[in-house]
Design a protein. Structure first.
Ligand SMILES: Cc1cc2nc3c(=O)[nH]c(=O)nc-3n(C[C@H](O)[C@H](O)[C@H](O)COP(=O)(O)OP(=O)(O)OC[C@H]3O[C@@H](n4cnc5c(N)ncnc54)[C@H](O)[C@@H]3O)c2cc1C
Length: 293
């Protein structure tokens, strides 16, 4: 099907994009990689009357580390992360996502920020943003504000962005020397959305106990979900098979999926637990703690 009729504006700066959003209010949508928005328009699930294309704004295309965080600009494609030495060496959980999100063709166009703005419950980047305690910088007519991923991801396909705001970048705090993470995803075939997914990030203290934990699950609820109970169980505990099992049970409890062509609700709930356990084992192995599988 063809999209409904729309006007097209190619913004050459963020000033211009924000001004256009203010001018057109809720009628306009930002076009980033178009990998989610264009299919939604073709199925008439989205009918913006104006598309504001941000692809010509070179200032939004960056991937760099500043002030102890990885900054990913709104114009940065998924594919840029996959081949980044900075990401593969310092941000293991993000590196995992970068090769599992969609397929290589989609990753050439899709953006990390666009994916987070889309807030698809089965999307991979929202899960990573929760576990990695990412922040999203947004800009509107009154200036910029910074939101935690928890506050930004409101519901299915709904974020805290106001009609006249756009997202500029996502910031992932740099994992310390004693921090690592992992992302695990069950998909029917390469390039498919998740049947279920899990992202974790752990910090060990000098005694080898878990000082900090981020645990999130995807495709098993209305949006990407933080598993706070698992985080509490892990915090302060020595790594063990028992604590991993307990964290996995907490994920099963938190998951609230529906049944669809990817599997029954019971199966997805079970997979949420399995994937959290799998990601915890990988993260611990990366921190030099073996024997947990
Ligand atoms: C075949 C296929 C398979 C896929 N598989 C997966 C998968 O396995 N996992 C997964 O996570 N995703 C998957 N996707 C989705 C893909 O990753 C999308 O690219 C991504 O979700 C959206 O990024 P985008 O840059 O294309 O955003 P767009 O499609 O351009 O925009 C998506 C939404 O976000 C808004 N938006 C975008 N950027 C901004 C901004 N800077 N400020 C404000 N609003 C903004 C748009 O207005 C729109 O509402 C798949 C897509 C396809 C086509």
């Amino acid at each position: 099907m063809f999209p409904a009729r729309f006007d097209y504006l190619r913004a050459s700066s963020t000033d211009e994009a924000v001004a256009a959003l203010a001018q057109h209010g809720g009628e306009a949508r930002i076009l980033a990689g178009g990998q989610s928005l264009i299919p939604a328009m073709r199925f008439r699930l989205a009918r913006p009357s104006v598309l504001i294309d941000i692809n010509a704004i070179d200032d939004l295309r960056y991937l760099r580390e500043t002030g102890g965080s990885l900054l990913i600009g709104a114009g940065t494609r998924d594919a840029a992360l996959e081949t980044s030495e900075l990401v593969t060496s310092g941000y293991r959980m993000i590196a995992d996502v970068s090769v599992l999100v969609a397929d290589p063709v989609v990753r050439q166009s899709g953006t990390v920020v666009g994916s987070i703005c889309h807030s698809d419950p089965a999307g991979d980047w929202g899960v990573a943003a929760l576990a990695g305690r990412a922040q999203i910088v947004v800009r509107g007519p009154a200036g910029t504000r910074t939101l935690s991923a928890d506050d930004f991801l409101v519901d299915s396909f709904t974020t805290a962005l106001a009609e006249n705001e756009m997202a500029l970048e996502v910031q992932f705090p740099r994992p310390s020397e004693h921090t690592s993470g992992a992302f695990a995803k069950l998909e029917r075939k390469v390039g498919d959305f998740a049947t279920a997914s899990a992202a974790v990030q752990l910090t060990l203290d000098t005694s080898g106990a878990i000082a900090e934990a981020g645990v999130a699950i995807g495709a098993v609820g209305a949006k990407a979900l933080r598993v706070s109970e698992a985080e509490q169980l892990l915090r302060g505990a020595k790594p063990s098979k028992d604590v991993i099992r307990a964290a996995a049970d907490a994920a099963r409890k938190e998951a609230d999926p529906g049944s669809d062509t990817r599997g029954s609700a019971e199966f997805k709930k079970e997979m949420a637990g399995v994937l959290v356990a799998r990601a915890l084992v990988s993260a611990l192995e990366r921190l030099g703690v073996g024997g947990m599988a």
